[in-house]
Design a protein around this ligand. Structure first.
Ligand code: SF4
Length: 365
């Protein structure tokens, strides 16, 4: 994508596109390796310091290209070490990216769209509506911003896991997400292995087979309800577009490696989806699949029409699932005090001011 002054933002190019671009500038394709190492592994943001390129090529690159990160419009840091980046994109749209500290590494939660068309009832992003898909450069740019933050803060880059669980539905921006993951995995790019990347979908059944065949990331499914009827209440647009029987059929056919399983996310909503009967329905639903379940304690949000399930009820639900042999984890909520936790992302600066997505007609509606 050209940046404001018509120079090409190198973050928007795949490796092959960069090779083509460099050849047009009169360079050898091999220079793409050098440029990518500078951009992704040495965090270069200009060409002057790329000392293994000829002076002439550096000058031509400076005229024709730029390395433009998304602009950090706001940064909020949680008491628990979670950091939320509000990133302003070249056209003024905003997305959020969340950096989550784990015991000995960090996980980064990436946005794949500005806003989201799916309007899940518990989700602040869904209230924004859909603005647009994010680009290749805006995806890899989120990672570069987080790495810059980590380098400045702790002098370390222990960013190990990437999850596409931020704003938007990744499989509705599938081609771009796939291209970005290729760049993320590329040895001269960010060099992060597929095993460290998870794509979380609300259940875009018709994209699953093609995505799964690529084998480039682990799959998580936002399920949140064990029946079509209840799913229609909690995730109305996803349930209508990809009804639960169709989704389960697509997941049964999903290509998995021997030791892999599909993670199902299940947000616990008080009195809505958290009864023992719901747990039994869930066990039956997932019986034909290689599944593990990630229970999520809901986070309060001003617009959320649900109350979180109390802790003892979550534990009873979890025990019931475990008793039936389902691997079940309870995700600790992080960053709730800065509205960075699950369902809370809404591209808001500090207290109150919302910038970014405006409701529009969702794609495919
Ligand atoms: S939960 Fe995910 S799919 Fe649903 S509205 Fe929020 S961002 Fe979109």
């Amino acid at each position: 994508m050209p940046i404001m002054d018509e120079r090409v933002n190198l973050l928007d190019l795949t490796f092959h596109e960069l090779e083509t671009f460099l050849v047009k500038l009169g360079a050898r394709p091999y220079a793409a390796r050098q440029v990518w190492q500078w951009v992704f592994q040495r965090a270069a943001t200009d060409f002057e310091g790329m000392t293994d390129l000829t002076k002439d090529l550096r000058a031509r690159l400076a005229l024709a290209a730029a390395i433009a990160y998304p602009e950090l419009a706001d940064l909020r840091e949680s008491r628990d070490g979670t950091a939320k980046f509000l990133l302003q994109l070249a056209d003024g749209q905003c997305i959020e990216t969340v950096l989550i500290p784990e015991e000995d590494h960090y996980t980064l939660c990436l946005s794949s769209q500005a806003g989201c068309a799916l309007a899940c009832a518990f989700c602040a992003t869904g209230k924004l509506g859909f603005a647009r898909n994010v680009s290749h450069g805006e995806i890899v740019g989120q990672i570069l911003v987080a790495r810059r933050y980590l380098a400045a803060k702790a002098g370390e880059l222990n960013l190990r896991n990437l999850v596409f669980m931020g704003m938007g539905e990744p499989l509705l921006n599938c081609d771009t997400v796939v291209a970005a993951i290729e760049s993320i995995r590329h040895p001269q790019g960010l060099n992060i292995s597929s095993r460290r990347i998870t794509v979380s979908t609300a259940g875009v059944a018709d994209k699953l087979a093609a995505f799964g065949r690529l084998g480039m990331a682990a799959l998580a499914v936002s399920l949140h309800a064990p029946t079509q009827e209840l799913r229609r209440e909690i995730m109305p647009r996803a349930a209508e577009a990809w009804p639960l029987p169709e989704l389960i059929a697509a997941l049964r056919a999903y290509p998995l490696k021997a030791r892999d399983r599909i993670t199902f996310e299940y947000i616990m909503l008080g009195g809505v989806n958290d009864s023992p009967e719901h747990a039994r329905q869930l066990v039956r639903l997932l019986a034909p699949l290689k599944a593990k379940i990630n229970l999520i304690a809901a986070n309060p949000s001003p617009d959320m029409p649900f109350t979180p399930t109390p802790r003892d009820r979550i534990e009873a639900f979890q025990n019931l699932l475990k008793g039936k042999g389902l691997t079940t984890t309870l995700r600790k909520s992080k960053g709730a005090d800065i509205a960075a936790a699950c369902g809370q992302l809404r591209a808001r600066r500090g207290e109150g001011e919302e910038i970014g997505a405006a409701p529009q007609t969702p794609p495919g509606d």
